[in-house]
Write a protein that binds this ligand. Sequence first.
Ligand code: 5GP
Ligand code: ZN
Length: 114
Amino acid sequence: MECLFCKIVDQEIPATIIYENEDVMAFKDINPEAPVHLLVIPKKHIPSFAHLTQEDNEVLMPKIFVAIQHLAREFELEEEGFRVVNNCGTNGGQTVGHIHFHLMGGRRMVWPPG
Ligand code: 5GP
Ligand code: ZN
């Protein structure tokens, strides 16, 4: 498997894993853009948001969002706020071809991000 994030799931390459269950994994971004910058992914290889199936939407995506909410609580981001980002495809600026959600917090962010 050539996918970087599948290799992290399989622990073939190291990452600072923060949360894991049967379907979802969260680890620290290697190049953090905020004091808290986690990547939340399904363990299943899905190339991007554009590739989600109806079953993924109904079964997997709720698990991703539950994990994000859990992590936002764990890192005490709820009161001051945080950002959840998915970059999809070329125009979205996606650089790793395994769907992931950035959970960022701990500083004031601006919009639009550019
Ligand atoms: P994208 O640009 O695709 O939305 O986000 C990819 C993210 O993955 C970037 O924020 C980048 O810093 C992060 N990243 C790239 N390679 C690695 C890696 O090997 N380990 C970890 N933990 N993060 C990575
Ligand atoms: Zn993958």
